[in-house]
Design a protein around this ligand. Structure first.
Ligand code: C2G
Length: 132
């Protein structure tokens, strides 16, 4: 069984996220999503999420491409995650291209093209404009 892992915040889940998850899952048989906790988002990524970790986890677990959701609590956990979950391939969007090449000693590293026109930030901005 080929095991894939990816990481992210996945706030305001949208079709760009689904495109990523679908393509990641298609690279293997089992997809693990390491979901950024609220603390990690706030302290390390300086992101304030609309949905809480539990709400974002609930949404991800409902997606057919996702087999397991674990917590992402720090930048440094990737190497241990790859070993602990016997990961064959690490996948993430190409906005991170090159940033995780150090994992190549442990597993395949794949950067997938982002879906260009959508983002959680754009959604928030669009909603604010609609409020007038
Ligand atoms: N993504 C995408 N297309 C978009 C938006 C996001 O392909 N229009 C991808 C991102 O490239 C990432 C995943 O969807 O692979 C999750 O996106 P974010 O929630 O923005 O994740 P990010 O904040 O980049 O967190 O340790 C790694 C980080 O946790 C990644």
């Amino acid at each position: 069984m080929k095991r894939i892992i990816t990481y992210g915040t996945f706030d305001l889940l949208h079709y760009g996220h689904i495109n990523l998850l679908r393509r990641a899952r298609a690279l293997g048989d089992y997809l693990i999503v390491a979901l950024s906790t609220d603390e990690f988002n706030w302290n390390m990524k300086h992101k304030k999420c609309w949905f809480s970790y539990d709400e974002r986890k609930l949404l991800l677990e409902a997606i057919r491409y996702v087999d397991l959701v674990i917590q992402e609590t720090c930048w440094e956990q990737k190497i241990t995650d790859v070993e602990k979950y016997q990961v064959d391939t690490f996948v993430i969007g190409d906005d991170w291209a090159g940033k995780f090449d150090f994992l190549k000693e442990k597993c395949q590293v794949v950067y997938l093209p982002r879906t260009p026109e959508i983002s959680s930030t754009k959604i928030k901005e669009g909603l604010k404009e609609n409020e007038g």
